[in-house]
Write a protein that binds this ligand. Sequence first.
Ligand code: PLP
Length: 444
Amino acid sequence: MDPVLERIYGLDAKQLAACSEHLMVGGGTRGGPVLHHGKGVRVWDTDGKAYIDCTSQSWALYLGYCNDEIWETVDEHARNLTHVHQGFDTLPRFALAERIAGIMPAELNRVSFVPTSAIALEGAMKLALKNRPGSAHFLCLMDSYHGTTLGTMGASWISTQSPGYFAGGSRFLPLTRQFIRVPNPYRYRPYFSADPDENERICLTMLELTLQKGVNGPAAGFIVEPLQASGGMIPLTHSYMRGVREICDRYGVPLIFDEIQTFVRMGKWTAAEYYGVTPDVIALGKAVGGGLPLGVTILRDGLEGYSPDAEELHTFANNSLAQVAALKMLDIIERDDIMGNTTRMGAYLRDGLLKLQQQFPRIGDIRQAGLHIGVEVVKDPETREPDVDAVAALRAEAMQRGLIIGVAGVRKNLFKIKPALVIRQAECDEVLSVLEDALKAALA
Ligand SMILES: Cc1ncc(COP(=O)(O)O)c(C=O)c1O
C-alpha cells in the first residue's frame, strides 16, 4: 500500500481525537460512524460495520460507492491530464458539452462548466441578470435550498426562521439580500386553503402579484427547485409548473431550474422532461461529476451567453477528471437503463412504504418521484402535527441497524430515502425490513 494511505488507514482512536481538534465543519449531522470504504449502495465504517446508505452521500453517488468502471476510466485519463485551466480547450470538455446538450431539453444548448453545484446556480443567476438589464432581485420559493455560497445562501431556507429559529444563513445578510420569496404549493400542509388545488392556484396568484407589485424594477429570474428536497421533499405539480412557465413568459422573467438533485433521480434526465416544462437556464451539480466535483450551467437558445471577459472564471472550472467521470457515468446510465431502474425501484419502495404506513399510521405522507423519496412522520395523522423527535429517533435506530437515512424538512420532520440509483430489489427489501424494525423501536 502507498505509505501515505498506510499512515492514514492506520490512524487509531487517540490519533483521530487529536486530528479532530483541528477540524472545523460548518454543516451536516456529524457524530455518526467514521466511514472507511464503500461499494455499490453499501459503506463500511472503521469498525467494519456495514450500512446501506440511503443518502448516497448528499445524493451525489448515482452509481454507488467506488464504481469500478468510472474509476478505471478516470485512472487511465489521469495519466494524460489532470488539472487544466479553462482558458485551454481539452477533448473531454468538448465531448461533455455536446453530451450534456444532447440530454437537456432541445432548446437548452449551451453549456458552462464550473467547480461545483452552488456555483452552477450562481452561473444561472449571472446569465439571468445579463438577460434582464436593470434587474436586481430574484424570486425563489419558500422552503427552498439552493446552497450556502454568498450568492445562493439568501435563497436557502437556512437564512430564514423557518426552522423555528434563525438558522446559519441568517448571519451573513449583508451579502445575501437579493431574494424575494413566494409561497410554495405544499400539498400536505397547504398555507391558504385546505383544498390543495385551490391552495396551488393561490400560490400562482401570489407569484404573479409579486412580479407585478412586489419587486422593484424587473425581476432578474425565478429560481425553482422542481422537487424541493432539503426544504421537505415537496414535489411541485405539473399544473403548478405550467402555471409558473406561463407567468414567467407573461412578465419576461427568466425561469431557472435548480436540478442539482432532480437530474436523473426522478427517472428522467431532467425534471424539465418529467414535468414537460422547459426553463431558460438549468443548473446541475452533485452527482453530475460521477462522484467528483462538477457544476454545469445550461442556457436556452436565443439568450445571451457569457462573454470571455471574466464573467465566469474559475481555476478549477475545467476539471478534466470530473468531465471524464461524468461522460462514463452518463454512458453507464444509458447502457444499464439506470433511469428505468430508478422508476421501478422508486415505485417498489413506495409500495413497501405504503404497507408500512398501514402498520404505522404515524407515517403521515409518502412523497415519491423516482428514487427521490420523502416520508413525513406525524404525532397524529388527523392533526398532522410534525414529530421531529420520532424522526431523530428513527434515524438513530436505523443507523444502529446498519441503515443510513437522511432527515429533511425545515423542521426535520421527515426522513429521506434517496439511495444510489443502482439499488436492486433485494436491497430495497433490506431497507424496508430494517425500517420496519427501526419504526417499531422509534415509535414505541
Ligand atoms: C437543490 C440544491 N441546490 C444547491 C445545492 C448546493 O450544492 P453544493 O452544496 O454541492 O454546492 C444543494 C445542496 O444540497 C441542493 O440540494
